[in-house]
Design a protein around this ligand. Structure first.
Ligand code: SF4
Length: 251
């Protein structure tokens, strides 16, 4: 059986949830192997377009602001390659953009899991009901959720570049902290948006969580070009903050 036939044969039986058109989901990027997107695993990564946030530091802003500028990658091609990569990758990351804004996300994940591959979801946590359904239906094995800022309306809106429903963010945090799936919280640290005390504030809010990873801001090509070329924090400072945060999370 060739790879495509194998991939098709492995798809879940057709039904309303699997009635997914590749044009409808519009997958814009496919990285066959990544060593950095799922901690401790080798993963393929799919990038979905569009997002309900406009984080000034976003480095995937082409997918957010101009998704039509990128061609869709046929789902049949992706499924065939994933089938061929069996044994080489440990799972598939669904990233973006913000994947949970796509109504067909559960169907896409169901198809990937039909290949026997675990799935990790990257999310901004703004759609807790979607997250909850994915967890309850065993469609995600791991979730990485961004925490943009301390949970106060002004600072969160500034870091997300849009008004944010903090109740929804809190619901997603509480859901993940139940520990039904592996989860990771992460914050992209930007000097113009975050001071050390903000990071400690976030850590206290997440106290008892398994992890909060600090990612350094990349000034090469951010969504808000006013941040372009501005200096990120030194790596040593970030590492020191990471140690203080780990100790807060344990308590
Ligand atoms: S949540 Fe922010 S960083 Fe993530 S894709 Fe959307 S705009 Fe970019």
């Amino acid at each position: 059986m060739d790879a495509i036939a194998q991939a098709v044969a492995l798809l879940p039986q057709a039904g309303p949830r699997q009635a997914i058109g590749e044009e409808a989901i519009g997958i814009k990027g496919f990285l066959e192997t990544s060593f950095v997107d799922w901690p401790g695993k080798v993963a393929s990564v799919l990038f979905l377009p569009r997002c309900n946030f406009r984080c000034p530091f976003c480095h995937n802003h082409q997918l957010v602001l101009n998704p039509e500028g990128h061609e869709d990658i046929p789902l049949t091609h992706i499924m065939a390659r994933l089938a061929e990569l069996e044994g080489w990758v440990d799972g598939v990351c669904i990233s973006g953009g913000e994947p949970t804004i796509h109504p067909l996300l559960p169907s896409l994940i169901a198809q990937i899991k039909g290949l026997g591959l675990p799935v990790k979801l990257d999310t901004n946590g703004s759609r807790p009901h979607v997250l909850q359904a994915l967890v309850e239906e065993d469609l995600v094995d791991c979730v990485a959720m961004d925490i943009k800022a301390p949970l106060d309306e002004l600072r969160y809106a500034r870091a997300a570049g849009a008004p944010v429903d903090l109740t929804a963010i809190q619901e997603s945090i509480s859901l993940l902290k139940q520990g039904k799936v592996e989860y990771h919280f992460r914050t992209t640290v930007v000097p113009a948006l975050h001071k050390g005390e903000d990071l400690l504030h976030i850590a206290h809010h997440l106290s008892g969580s398994s992890s909060l990873t600090l990612q350094n801001f990349n000034p090469e090509d951010p969504l808000d070009q006013r941040l372009k070329g501005t200096s990120p924090y030194p790596e040593e400072w970030l590492q020191e903050m990471g140690e203080r945060i780990a100790s807060i999370l344990r308590h």
